[in-house]
Design a protein. Structure first.
Length: 287
């Protein structure tokens, strides 16, 4: 057989150590995604103006405007603008981390696992074709990264909850002693759900991107050169959707986490009161 099926491993491969700290191929990809986000921010800031000029400036303005509008629609104008930097950063970072799997030769350039020497996977044939440790592997295929990002999302939700609601109202969400045993049980259940979000966030992103990465590797083995092309287009959509879902869920949970119990009823009452005053004003004007 000309090529063997690539080795599929869930754990990232360690490339070298900096002191006691292992540096894996997914960690290098994470650093690359961070650099991409910083570069986007630098370019956007450099072209900042009241009237954007050029394709690049208009493209960045369109992206930021769409995300800002979503934040304001979900969380309101004040909280939406407060949440926007984190939501936008998460979206850009996850998108860059996901799209790394679409870059040519990302997982085909590395070091052989037999006699250690740099090599491109396309030049390995026969039994040696799958004996390669890639130098770069998509960051989202590492469960450590997705769990870390999920922790940031959950911790940020708690931070904004304490900051906007205050310790009393925020802790009252989980220790509703005034509502009796049922309220206490509901509060404890809500605390458990906060921890469950970490698992939900991390495994959703990891599972989708890891499965797509394996699919591309297998199709490249079955039908070299042309086989992965249709699936590359699919992964473009999946990478975008996963970045959007992760960032928007973070926005929704931060919005819910900064809404005190009973606010919904107050908003509804205020809406009905405003509608009633409007009807009275129309009647008086007609009279």
């Amino acid at each position: 057989m000309l090529w063997n099926l690539p080795n599929i491993e869930i754990a990232p491969e360690t490339l070298f150590f900096i002191g006691p700290i292992p540096i894996s191929n997914t960690l290098l990809a994470t650093w690359f995604a961070i650099l991409v986000v910083l570069a986007f921010g630098f370019i956007a800031k450099r072209n900042l103006s009241l009237v954007p000029r050029g394709t690049v400036a208009n493209f960045f303005e369109w992206i930021f405007e769409q995300i800002l509008n979503l934040c304001e629609e979900v969380a309101g104008r004040e909280r939406g603008r407060r949440f926007f930097p984190l939501v936008c950063t998460i979206f850009m970072f996850v998108l860059a981390a996901n799209y790394l799997e679409l870059v040519p030769f990302v997982e085909s350039i590395g070091t052989t696992t037999g006699p250690v020497h740099p090599v491109a996977g396309i030049f390995l044939f026969g039994s040696d074709s799958n004996m390669i440790k890639p130098w770069v592997r998509p960051a989202s295929t590492d469960l450590n990264m997705t769990i870390g990002l999920a922790l940031i999302s959950v911790i940020a939700t708690q931070f904004y909850g304490f900051r906007l609601l205050g310790p009393k109202l925020q802790l009252g969400r989980y220790f509703a002693l005034r509502d009796g045993p049922i309220g206490l049980f509901v509060g404890m259940l809500e605390a458990v759900l906060e921890l469950a979000r970490i698992i939900s966030f991390s495994f959703r992103l990891f599972g989708n991107i890891f499965a797509g990465d394996v699919l591309l590797l297998v199709m490249a083995f079955l039908i070299p050169a042309l086989g992965p092309v249709p699936f590359l287009l699919l992964e473009v959509l999946i990478g975008l959707v996963q970045a959007f879902v992760f960032s928007m869920l973070t926005l929704v949970f931060m919005t819910l986490g900064t809404t005190a119990h009973g606010d919904e009823e107050h908003h509804e009452e205020a809406h009905h009161e405003e509608a009633r005053h409007s009807e009275v004003a129309v009647v008086e004007k007609a009279a």
